[in-house]
Design a protein around this ligand. Structure first.
Ligand SMILES: [Zn+2]
Length: 44
């Protein structure tokens, strides 16, 4: 039997800044909804 192809090591991507935020608190700014935790604009 042939050997299986050696898979290259794939390091686990730990991209900082892309934390999963569930936006528990939101605030209105100029008619737009922003998350108070991550300050992102939410498109509802
Ligand atoms: Zn958020």
């Amino acid at each position: 039997m042939t050997d299986t192809e050696a898979e290259p090591e794939t390091p686990i991507e730990t991209s900082a800044g892309t934390e999963a935020c569930e936006h528990p608190e939101t605030e209105q700014r100029e008619g737009k909804t922003h998350c108070r935790a991550c300050a992102r604009q939410l498109y509802l």
